[in-house]
Design a protein around this ligand. Structure first.
Ligand code: ADP
Length: 182
């Protein structure tokens, strides 16, 4: 099977599960001999988008850069996962427009309360106390997708179940190689 480029465009609140699920998918795709690049929001902000803040303008610039790289890779046959909050619908729609049917929007859904209870990085406590300003879902907007290709409910699923759902979706669209029989 030749490599088929696509972009799994994750969107969801901080702590919703984007990084965790992308890690699980990476292991599974590697086991199947597929390529994959992950553009994780936190990592992109340390290099490609270093210096950008969290104003709407800077958030939009960050997401447009991620879309640009995801488009380059996916159109050359490399599967991509983008794992950034990407809070604004209009910019996600720009990415969709750019990538056409290579773009697969995945809403990684968990409530603010659930993400705050997990508080993986300790950021919600700081957002609620006001130490961090412009925090998505607390003091900054998050526009949930209206018609995502896939919705993943991480409050009611184990990470492995969530990853398995996405693998099934990609298999059904014949975008990834079949699992190796054990
Ligand atoms: P994000 O990358 O969206 O900021 P993380 O992946 O860093 O989020 O953190 C998500 C947290 O939620 C992890 O502690 C993870 O174990 C937990 N979690 C619980 N259920 C799920 C699920 N179904 N999918 C992904 N993460 C989950």
């Amino acid at each position: 099977m030749s490599d088929k480029g696509f972009t799994l465009w994750f969107t969801g609140l901080s702590g919703a599960g984007k990084t965790t699920i992308s890690g699980l998918l990476s292991s599974e795709l590697t086991a199947r001999g597929s390529k994959l690049e992950i553009l994780d929001g936190d990592i992109v902000r340390e290099n490609l988008s270093k210096g950008l803040g969290f104003s709407k303008e800077d958030r939009d610039t960050n997401i447009r850069r991620i879309a640009f790289v995801a488009d380059l890779l996916s159109r050359n046959g490399t599967p991509v996962i983008t794992a950034a909050i990407s809070p604004y619908k209009a910019i996600r729609d720009e990415a969709r427009e750019m990538m056409g049917d290579r773009f697969i929007e995945v809403y990684i859904e968990a409530s603010v309360d659930a993400c705050a209870a997990r508080d993986v990085k300790g950021l919600y406590a700081k957002a609620f106390s006001g130490e961090i300003k412009e925090f998505t879902g607390v003091s900054d907007p998050y526009e949930a997708p209206e018609n995502p290709e896939v919705v993943i409910h991480t409050e009611s699923e184990e990470p492995a179940e969530s990853a398995a759902k996405l693998i099934t979706y990609l298999e059904e669209r014949e975008l990834i190689p079949a699992a190796v029989a054990s």
